[in-house]
Design a protein around this ligand. Structure first.
Ligand code: DLL
Length: 451
């Protein structure tokens, strides 16, 4: 059910084309949302205190009991949870339900240190899938659509999350998982897929492969894409929209809080509505932990209000963003988060300057290059080296060495304007940088190997 005429949201200032999966929740008055949040928070803190010894100890150390938490205004009294806590407590230390009540495990890729394992009861899976269904409907999905899910299936939450959401909406679901890109395109053509779900870097690769196979956007039937799991810039959005002939929607989430669908974009494309009935968001100063007012840039912290099996209170995501409750033309009332401006741990400090990969991507796409690039940072003696490898097109690669050198200098200059320091830019031949079927590896920081 994604359309409910009884809800008083067909206001004049609302986009009449907008559709909702759960309009009574997505467009509820803000006071109502706050009421739900307060009720749920009180219940959730009690549930965690009673069932998670690890967090109860953190609360005791801070001298706070469940009775001290009467509304979200009291949230600041509770201790934070970090990824380090999740690793300490691995695998069962934060579980709040008996294993016999759990029906699913999902996990992070665990490239840095131990994996994070998240547990779900059937109700947890159900609510997670509702969140993904809201995102699909916001992107225009209905039961007439063919939804091709090319996020990885398995322990990664991308595939299972969007798959569940697609079922709930009633789309014909193509559970492709990632990889085998030519086959993806064949299915896309044969079954006339209308919605594509994958990482933005994989969407770029799909567009590239489509052209290599001799097709264009006119040959496919896609109308929308739901892309997330990694940072991507507005420039990359335009690139994908042009190459696939679609509207590209952002979706955000993390394994610890369930997976994709914590927030998602609507037709306005000016940030992602957080599913506030399930997740309470705070922005804090990453240095001091102080809660910052709406509109401030800082680290996003989530409290899951409904999760039964793995209910995290004040979980520090390390994602840096801004929250805004500005009225949205889509009619949804849930608070919006900006695109994450990088993770606090994505930020590189090169020669004392803070550098985010997204800044480099913005320069490249503005200058007419593709998003196929890689940043390599190293240290020689006590000096940081900073190299950016950028692929060029066949035509550009046919240029003379002198022309290519000029282009490299030009790009390096544009990056200096953005970052304050000069990288050494290397224009490299087409297809020489490995393509990603999941999350792209943008940075190779070799300094970590020497430490
Ligand atoms: O990436 C869940 C997901 C799957 C989200 C599919 C969207 C689509 P993790 O592997 O645990 O979970 O990684 C979570 O990825 O803390 C962010 O740093 C980053 N991230 C997720 N979505 C976005 C996005 C999934 N839309 C981590 N923009 C998060 C920027 C994102 N970064």
């Amino acid at each position: 059910m994604w359309y409910d005429k009884n809800v008083e949201l067909y206001r004049e200032d609302v986009n009449p084309m907008e559709r909702y999966y759960q309009p009574e929740i997505e467009c509820a008055p803000v006071e109502k949302i706050k009421e739900w949040q307060n009720e749920k928070l009180v219940r959730q803190v009690r549930h965690v205190y009673d069932n998670v010894a690890y967090y109860r100890k953190l609360m005791e150390e801070k001298g706070v009991t469940p009775d001290d938490i009467r509304s979200t205004d009291d949230l600041y009294k509770l201790p934070f949870l970090t990824k380090a806590d999740l690793r300490d407590a691995y695998p069962y230390g934060l579980l709040a339900k008996p294993l016999s009540d759990c029906v699913r495990i999902q996990s992070t890729s665990g490239t840095t240190g131990k994996r994070v394992v998240a547990f779900y009861t059937q109700k947890d899976v159900d609510l997670w899938e509702d969140c993904c269904a809201r995102a699909i409907v916001a992107a225009g999905g209905t039961n007439e659509d063919v939804c091709q899910v090319c996020y990885g299936y398995g322990l990664f939450t991308g595939g299972p999350g969007l798959h569940g959401g697609s079922h709930k909406v009633g789309c014909l679901t193509l559970p492709m998982s990632s990889g085998n890109t030519q086959r993806q395109i064949q299915f896309m053509l044969d079954l006339q897929s209308t919605i594509l779900c994958c990482t933005p870097s994989y969407a770029v690769y799909i567009g590239e492969t489509l052209r290599e196979m001799g097709y264009s956007k006119e040959d496919i039937h896609l109308k929308a894409g739901i892309f997330g799991a990694e940072p991507w810039t507005q420039e990359m959005r335009r690139d994908i929209e042009n190459s696939l002939g679609i509207k590209a929607y952002d979706i955000y989430g993390l394994t610890e809080t369930s997976g994709p669908g914590v927030s998602f974009e609507c037709s306005e494309q000016t940030g992602m509505h957080i599913n506030e009935d399930h997740f309470f968001a705070e922005i804090i100063d990453p240095e001091t932990g102080e809660v910052l007012p709406e509109g401030s840039k800082g680290e996003l912290v989530f409290t899951s209000l409904d999760k039964e099996a793995f209910p995290l209170l004040r979980y520090r995501t390390r994602d840096i963003c801004v929250l805004s409750r500005k009225k949205c033309s889509c009619g949804r009332t849930h608070i919006k988060m900006s695109k994450p401006m990088g993770r606090s741990d994505d930020m590189m400090i090169i020669r004392g300057v803070n550098v985010f990969p997204s800044q480099i991507e913005t320069v490249l796409l503005k200058q007419g290059y593709t998003s196929n690039y890689q940043i390599v940072v190293d240290r020689v003696g006590s000096t940081d080296t900073f190299d950016v490898y950028v692929e060029v097109t066949e035509e550009q690669f046919a240029d003379t060495v002198r022309e290519l050198t000029l282009r490299e200098e030009e790009l390096s200059g544009a990056m200096k304007l953005m970052l304050g320091i000069n990288p050494k830019v290397h224009l490299v031949q087409p297809k020489s940088i490995a393509r990603s079927e999941g999350k792209a590896v943008r940075v190779v920081d070799k300094r970590k190997l020497h430490d």
